[in-house]
Structures are given as structure tokens and as C-alpha cells.
Design a protein around this ligand. Structure first.
Ligand SMILES: Nc1nc2c(ncn2[C@@H]2O[C@H](COP(=O)(O)OP(=O)(O)OP(=O)(O)O)[C@@H](O)[C@H]2O)c(=O)[nH]1
Ligand SMILES: [Mg+2]
Length: 332
């Protein structure tokens, strides 16, 4: 536990953009120790986010599509324009060791040398959607430290990666020629929350496979409405490894930013995200708190047996369990 004085010093170091202080703060908010949770919430309270001029960008797509490579190229481009950029890269983590299995996957060598960049890999943990449990809070901390663009790279392992779009302003879906097959079945669902689609590894504009994939994406995109009124989903070609198409990508990002800051979409979307995060947390915590009570655990165990004996349906089982929980509280 840190004292008030230390906490204030820490807060002001973060606000001055001190990357070591920021890194320590992210480690703190990721910690599951109860005493750390307390300090983390004090720290977050002092750094309440009110950063209307930042842009939070989620970058998702199948493994190996070139997300990290693109982030390095885009990050360098952003710095050249005079901005500061933070990268939160979520590693798939092993459920057994709880550690990150691809610890060295964030190979953003050039970007990591830049003083205007901050790169932070985090293990995904058990959270669904390829985004770490505390990614939201990490984004706020980066903003408090004065970073203008926050890029979140998702783990690239599941279909529920649209989750990243619940915590960012703009979502970029990356794909490559040939990845279409596995995306086919879920294309429409994926398209709906992607604001920009990037077909990467188009090293040669004349490559027939790339031309065909690009056309497929354009057609598929027509069948999925954009989630934002007034935004036509952009489909771009890049060769991130060769720095091709990055300037165009950044100009689309900038046009998104200026347009939707002006009409307040970014602000109202963030408010909406905050409220649904509260609802999600409420549900999870409520359930955890209730289920951890021994008398409720015992009741659930007995109800499971009745269920297995086919005496009740799963729905009845859920309903009577809820009645039991209410009765328990009414009698207290
Ligand atoms: N030819 C070519 N290769 C590329 C391009 N962009 C990335 N690559 C290569 O593709 C491989 C995977 O790139 P990453 O950036 O690590 O891909 P990723 O999507 O971050 O992968 P995960 O994080 O593991 O999901 C690397 O060997 C890159 O050098 C490109 O534009 N052209
Ligand atoms: Mg990567």
C-alpha cells in the first residue's frame, strides 16, 4: 500500500508522461491481489478520464495477418505527425501457467526506440474476446499520460474479438488473401463492427489473389451495414512490412477522428461503453458474490442432482434457485 504522498507523486509522474510510472500503474491495475486493487482504484480515481481529444483504435484479425507489423508502421507514422502513441498488445495466455505464451510476440523494434511511443504487452488472461481484463483501465492511464492515439492489438485467437470494439472508438479488422475461407461463415457478423478493413500483405498490387480477395471484401461489406451512421466502411490495401498504404490508412483514421469528434459520436459512444461496462461488472460481481456463499452453493449442488434425475428442467432449476436466493435474503 502506498501512502498519500507517494500516490500524488505517482499521479503527477503519469500526467507528465513518465513511461516508467505509467508501466508500473498498468502492472498495478492488472494485479489480482486485494491490497493492490485498493491502490489501483485510488489511482484511477485521481486520473479520471476526460480525454476527448484522444482516439482509441482496436486492431484485430487472424493470427499472422500482420497486426503488430502494421502497428509498428502506423505508430511511426503517427509520431512523424507530431503525436504520441501508446500500444497495448494483448498476448494469448496459457490458462495453466497464467502467463503469456508468446511473450516476445511484440516485436516492434523501431517503435520501441521512440520516446513518443509506449508499448505494453499484457496477457489476455481468461477474459473472452482477446482483450485483457484491464485493457479499459490501461487505455485511461495511457490517455492520462498524454498519449494521443491508443492502439489495442487483440490476441487474434477467437471469434469474440469484436469485444475490443466495446472499448475503442474505431475498430480495424485486418485480413490477408486466403484468410477468407475461415472468415467466410462469420464475415457478416465481423464486418458489422469493423469500421476499416485492411487487406494486408498486398506486396504486389497486380497479384491476382489479392485483387480477388479485395473484391470479395468489397462485396461482403455491402451486405453488412456500418455500425456508425454517416460512416462508410473503408476497405484498404496495405503492405505493412514495406510501409505501403500506411499514409492512406492514417488519413482515413484522421478523417474519422475529426468527423466524429465534431458530431460528438466519440463522446456519446464512450458514455455508452462506460455504462455497459458497469452493467457487465455488476452482473459478474453480483453472481460471484452470491455463488460464493456456502448456503447458495449447497442449494445449487442439490438442484443439479434434481436436474440430472430429470425431475426439473434447466429453466425451472434456474427459477427455483432465484426464488431460493430471494427467500434467503428476505429472511435475514
Ligand atoms: N510479405 C509480407 N509479410 C508481412 C507483411 N506484414 C507482415 N508480414 C509478416 O507476417 C508475419 C506475421 O506478422 P505479425 O505482424 O507478427 O502478425 P500478427 O497479426 O501481429 O500476428 P499475431 O500477433 O501472432 O496474431 C511476420 O513474419 C511479418 O513480417 C506484409 O505486408 N507483407
Ligand atoms: Mg501480433
Amino acid at each position: 500500500m502506498v501512502n498519500q504522498d507517494e500516490l500524488n507523486k505517482w499521479v503527477s509522474a503519469i500526467q507528465k508522461g513518465d513511461r516508467i510510472a505509467l508501466s508500473k500503474a498498468i502492472t498495478l491495475i492488472e494485479s489480482l491481489k486485494p491490497e493492490d486493487r485498493n491502490t489501483a482504484s485510488l489511482l484511477l480515481k485521481k486520473l479520471v478520464p476526460n480525454h476527448s481529444n484522444t482516439l482509441r483504435i482496436g486492431i484485430t484479425g487472424p493470427p499472422g495477418a500482420g497486426k503488430s507489423t502494421l502497428i509498428e508502421a502506423l505508430g511511426l507514422h503517427i509520431i512523424q505527425q507530431g503525436y504520441r502513441v501508446a500500444v497495448l498488445s494483448i498476448d494469448p495466455s496459457s490458462a495453466i501457467t497464467k502467463g503469456s505464451i508468446l511473450g516476445d510476440k511484440t516485436r516492434m523494434n523501431k517503435l520501441s526506440l521512440e520516446t513518443k511511443a509506449f508499448i505494453r504487452p499484457s496477457p489476455a488472461g481468461e477474459h473472452l474476446g482477446g482483450v485483457a481484463q484491464r485493457t479499459r483501465e490501461s487505455i485511461w492511464l495511457c490517455e492520462a499520460a498524454g498519449f494521443d492515439f491508443i492502439l489495442v492489438e487483440t490476441a487474434g485467437i477467437g471469434q469474440s474479438e469484436y469485444q475490443v470494439s466495446t472499448m475503442t472508438d474505431l475498430t480495424i479488422l485486418m485480413t490477408i488473401s486466403g484468410a477468407g475461407d475461415e472468415l467466410q461463415g462469420i464475415k457478416k457478423g465481423i464486418m458489422e463492427w469493423a469500421d476499416i478493413i485492411v487487406l494486408n500483405k498486398v506486396d504486389d498490387e497486380k497479384d491476382l489473389k489479392a485483387i480477388a480477395s479485395y473484391k470479395d471484401l468489397v462485396v461482403a461489406s455491402h451486405f453488412a451495414e456500418s455500425r456508425i451512421t454517416g460512416w462508410d466502411r473503408k476497405i484498404l490495401k496495405t503492405a505493412a512490412l514495406h510501409d505501403k498504404g500506411i499514409d492512406l490508412l492514417f488519413s482515413e483514421i484522421e478523417s474519422f477522428k475529426s468527423r466524429f469528434s465534431e458530431n460528438q459520436f466519440i463522446q456519446s459512444n464512450r458514455t455508452h461503453q462506460l455504462i455497459s461496462y458497469y452493467h457487465d461488472l455488476l452482473k459478474i460481481k453480483l453472481l460471484d458474490t452470491l455463488i460464493s456463499r456456502p448456503e447458495i452453493q449447497k442449494y445449487i449442488g442439490e438442484t443439479e442432482k434434481n436436474l440430472l434425475r430429470l425431475e426439473i428442467s434447466p429453466e425451472e432449476a434456474a427459477d427455483i434457485s432465484i426464488r431460493f436466493i430471494f427467500a434467503l435474503f428476505n429472511n435475514q
